[in-house]
Ligand binder design. Structure first.
Ligand code: NAD
Length: 462
């Protein structure tokens, strides 16, 4: 695997201040596939200075020119699509087909959407006797996770570029090679030096230095709620803007009139995709008591089909964590109907597709995010009970409702405390705002709502 032994700062690949490195491991066979610098506070400072120096020029660039750079960036990503898919498969472990269809195509679609939005967004509006200017927030410190390595980067960098912000990115330590490919694409797209900078490194060192840096105006973070809380506190103390995309524990609510087989099969596929490492996965399936036994059987059969279709988890640490939750589910009295805590392969950080029945709302596996291929199925008595269970966690990122008709499903969805709901199997929309209610986060990504996060307003009165 190609790896740069350098950081991308101020338009060039430069050595890090220290010689610390991160070893990148292929989670399917546990082999080291590359080494990248583990940047430190000094490197973050150099990158933030470069971003600050580039800010006035980039912020003043006409939106049409920013759109042209984003169009070129889209083209550079398309040109690298096979390399991106292969790299994601090597460092995240997802099957190549999934890397092509989702890990590569989705961020390419998001990049295209921001190329268009940069050209069409109203960066000025009239409100009575005022003209309101939507101006870039400034220097963005972007901190991303490994689960959708390129998507998480594009979902921050593309709107920030469209808005006229400059960026320092600290990607996840498990998937830095995809981030390096993105930096290559940015360079090739002719984005001016200093506008986008990449510092690979570990969270508590480079990530923390970036979040705390006084030269950063907005910290945009995607990751765990625990780290998000720390970053929110640091940003709050410095009165800087913050966007947090955190964990989830979303509900898949199947109302009695729904097509049960379809709702269960799509629900299982949703949880097993990316080996369950999806923050918006519908990990709690809610089924009416009259249909419960049938749904459990359907889900167990569906899950078994994923046994040799899903990839490993990203790391030994994640594998241990997920197996720990499976043990906990058994210990708390849930009934295992597929999978379990065993390791299905000799090598690689695999976990079997797992389904728990007889799960109650207060169990740990209902309340906490597992981030692995583990589905819990809960029984409800009536709609009020289903709503109580659906809303009964600290999270509120996504969800699904299935019913006989759209109207009934929408009526239920309106009462859910969550940021996105798919109605009867609705399709992904890269322009729809994505983000959390409650402890799932602060702010929104994607589309014009995502762009607005990187803008601040100035009102001129006439
Ligand atoms: P994580 O919070 O450990 O790491 C995320 C990023 O933060 C990484 O780049 C990491 O290096 C960095 N980081 C870690 N400690 C830091 C610190 N003290 N200061 C600054 N940065 C630090 O999460 P993870 O294990 O990489 O990802 C899994 C979690 O992310 C899950 O809980 C999942 O739900 C969540 N997630 C949420 C979304 C979303 O959009 N809501 C998307 C993906 C993942």
């Amino acid at each position: 695997m190609k790896a740069h032994d350098a950081l991308y700062i101020d338009g060039a690949w430069r050595p890090a201040a220290d010689r610390d490195v991160i070893e990148v491991v292929n989670p399917a066979d546990e082999q080291v596939i590359g080494r990248v610098p583990a940047g430190g506070a000094l490197d973050v400072d150099t990158a933030v200075r470069a971003a600050r120096a580039a800010l006035p020029g980039w912020a003043a660039t006409p939106p049409a020119e920013r759109a042209a750079r984003l169009t070129a960036l889209h083209g550079a990503l398309v040109a690298r699509k096979d390399e991106i898919a292969g790299t994601v498969t090597a460092e995240l472990g997802s099957p190549l087909k999934f890397s092509e269809a989702v890990h590569t195509s989705m961020p390419i679609a998001v990049a295209a959407s921001y190329a268009e939005l940069a050209a069409t967004h109203a960066f000025e509006e009239k409100v009575g006797n005022s003209t309101v200017l939507h101006e870039p927030v400034g220097v963005v410190g972007a901190i991303t996770p490994w689960n959708y390595p390129l998507h998480q980067i594009v979902a921050k960098a593309a709107p920030a570029l469209a808005a006229g912000c400059t960026i320092v990115l600290k990607p996840a330590e498990d998937t830095p090679l995809t981030a390096q490919l993105f930096a290559e694409a940015v360079h090739e797209a002719g984005v001016p030096a200093g506008v986008f900078n990449l510092v690979t490194g570990v969270g508590p060192v480079a990530g923390q230095a970036l979040a705390e840096h006084p030269g950063v105006d907005l910290v945009s973070f995607t990751g765990s709620t625990a780290v998000g809380r720390q970053i929110g506190a640091v940003a709050g103390a410095a009165v800087k803007k913050v966007a947090l995309e955190l964990g989830g524990k979303s509900a898949n609510v199947i109302l009695p009139g729904a097509d049960l087989a379809r709702a269960v099969n799509v629900g299982v596929a949703n949880v097993m995709a990316n080996s369950g490492q999806t923050c918006s996965a519908w990990t709690r399936m809610l089924v009416h008591r009259d249909q419960y036994a049938e749904a459990v059987e359907l889900a167990a059969t569906a899950a078994a089909k994923y046994a040799d279709r899903i990839g490993p988890l990203v790391s030994a640490r994640q594998q241990e964590r997920v197996r720990g939750y499976i043990d906990k589910g058994v210990a708390e009295g849930a009934r295992l109907v597929a999978g379990g805590p065993g390791t299905p392969h000799e090598r690689g950080y695999f976990v079997s597709p797992t389904v728990f029945a007889d799960v109650t709302p207060d169990m740990t596996i209902t309340q906490e995010e597992i981030f692995g291929p583990v589905l819990t199925i809960l029984r409800y008595e009536d709609e009020a009970d289903a709503l109580r269970i659906a809303n009964g966690t600290v999270y509120g990122l996504a969800g699904a409702v299935w019913a006989a008709g759209e109207e009934e499903a929408v009526a239920f969805a309106r009462r859910m405390d969550t940021g996105q709901v798919d109605i009867n199997g609705g399709r992904f929309n890269p322009l729809a705002p994505f983000g959390g209610y409650k402890q799932s986060g602060v702010g929104r990504e994607l589309g014009s709502h995502g762009l607005a996060e990187y803008l601040q307003t100035k009102s001129l009165q006439f």
